[in-house]
Design a protein around this ligand. Structure first.
Ligand SMILES: NC(=O)c1ccc[n+]([C@@H]2O[C@H](COP(=O)([O-])OP(=O)(O)OC[C@H]3O[C@@H](n4cnc5c(N)ncnc54)[C@H](O)[C@@H]3O)[C@@H](O)[C@H]2O)c1
Length: 347
């Protein structure tokens, strides 16, 4: 039995608890949140034995193998390093840290301690993206030339996920002082990973960021609303391909839309998670002449929670690991630098 604890019991923690509950030989035995009442309510809802309001106390008091770190971004590093120092494996939420230097420090600490480390780039759980990579590696669409990718949300306009003007879980995402890297760090990291995972590493980025006015003086309570909420990124890949990637929280009419189109010299491929997690569209062979697209059903793939538990069992660290999380963070840092200097940044 692999025993786990969840640190941070806000919005995303539910997905961690529900996902682990589906895995045989795995049990979440404790949760911890700086808001102890929240931890207690979460433990009760998910039938988890113990709740704590302090991480050091949980680490000293309770036996378990690893943690899910589901705290806000700026706490990823301190919580992860504390867990590693106590000998715990870590699945950390994305973005791994608030900059590449911190992310590499986390990767080094985990590997020096010989502990399993993974970052929850959760959209890799979609069979469609895994199969896209398999097809590209098999040469189905030839040498890759051009990529278009977008991650579009509208929670600054829509009330579907609640009221961003009054709820902490949205306000911290709009404030640099609260550790947010804006839409780029929050969900841009997913689409950058999505656009690189099947194609290969990026070698250069050019990025423009925007933060639109949202409130009087762009302040609500103690939150200064200064983090970017739209990002346009041009990417050059190590294999010579070119990509255009964008993300925003202002895409009225799109709740949570990820789309990736990849074009090679023998065909094209589209993953659109609004349409399906389990199938993709492809145009290949003679179909390129008339632009005829076929739908391919994709084989099931383990999610990151199962990969984490299996990695603990086998001692073989699956992907995406901290080192990959740190590489993605280098891309995010490059985007900020590019926006600041109005220049292309080599990675
Ligand atoms: N992989 C995904 O698809 C995905 C989706 C949503 C959120 N996330 C990530 O999950 C993380 C949490 O997001 P959320 O939406 O659940 O945020 P949230 O604000 O709803 O919840 C965070 C919780 O962590 C607690 N907390 C803060 N500091 C803590 C600490 N030092 N120790 C213990 N608990 C602490 C807070 O009290 C809060 O209950 C973020 O990093 C976010 O980027 C990932």
């Amino acid at each position: 039995m692999i025993k786990l604890a969840i640190v941070g019991t806000g919005g995303m923690a539910k997905q961690h608890a529900e996902s682990y509950a589906k895995i045989p030989d795995c049990q979440v035995v404790a949760v911890c949140d700086v808001d102890y009442a929240k931890a207690q309510a979460f433990a009760k809802n998910h039938a988890i034995a113990k709740a704590y309001g302090d991480l050091a106390e949980m680490l000293a008091d309770c036996q378990f193998d690893g943690i899910s770190n589901v705290t806000p971004d700026r706490f990823h590093k301190p919580v992860t390093l504390q867990a590693i120092a106590a000998g715990k494996h870590v699945l950390c939420e994305k973005p791994l840290a608030v900059n590449a230097a911190d992310a590499y420090e986390m990767a080094t600490a985990a590997s020096a301690a010989g502990l399993i480390n993974m970052v929850n780039l959760s959209y890799r759980d979609a069979p469609a993206i895994q199969h896209a990579k398999t097809l590209i590696q098999a040469g189905d669409i030839g040498a890759i030339k051009h990529i278009e990718a977008s991650y579009l949300q509208s929670w600054l306009v829509s009330n579907q996920w609640g009221d961003w003007k009054s709820e902490d879980m949205w306000l911290w995402r709009l404030s640099s002082e609260h550790g947010s890297k804006g839409v780029l760090g929050d969900v841009g990291i997913h689409i950058l990973d999505f656009a690189c995972f099947p194609v290969g590493e990026a070698s250069e980025v050019y990025c423009q960021l925007a933060c639109f006015d949202k409130a009087p003086d762009n302040k609500i309570g103690n939150y200064t609303l200064d983090a970017n909420d739209s990002a346009l990124i041009q990417v050059k890949y190590a294999n010579g391909a070119m990509g255009s990637i964008h993300t925003t929280r202002w895409a009225s009419g799109q709740i949570n839309s990820l789309r990736l189109r990849i074009y090679g010299d023998k065909g094209g491929l589209e993953v659109d998670l609004d349409k399906s997690l389990n199938s993709l569209q492809i145009c290949r062979g003679d179909n390129v002449h008339n632009a005829v697209w076929e739908t391919i059903e994709c084989p099931a793939t383990p999610n990151n929670y199962l990969r984490f538990v299996n990695s603990i069992k086998t001692g073989i660290n699956d992907q995406p690991d901290f080192n990959h999380g740190a590489k993605m963070q280098t891309m995010i840092d490059g985007c900020f630098e590019s926006d600041r200097l109005k220049a292309t940044i080599k990675l």
